[in-house]
Design a protein. Sequence first.
Length: 137
Amino acid sequence: SSRRFVAGIPSYVLVGELALCKVLSGVLPRPGFAAALAESAPPRWRQLASMALRTAAAHADRGDAVATVANLGEATIAEAQARLAERRQWALNEKGIVAKAGLSSVAEPLASAGLTPARLQDTVSSVARLLDVSPLR
């Protein structure tokens, strides 16, 4: 299948599919969400979110609304992955992940991002605040 992942496919998605799948015949192991994964995944996702916020800010400086919003979307999905991993919830794709992670409020600033560098920077700041993630410097 040709899946498209905005923030990248988690390396642990196959284990999650095994954990959540419907077995049609026989018996399969049901791996749990390992404590080590719940500890190691969130910082990695947050680093991606932070880098995406930094890139969004750079695009905002140039007044590039499309690239700004695209990177803010990546940051939002990466933070959603981090939050779900902390909760030990499998996220096998990005469908509905923002809502599952309790980040639906990010949609409002994204929907009204603006076109000027100043408005776009305000949007970057709003999203960073809602995600509680700082852009990498």
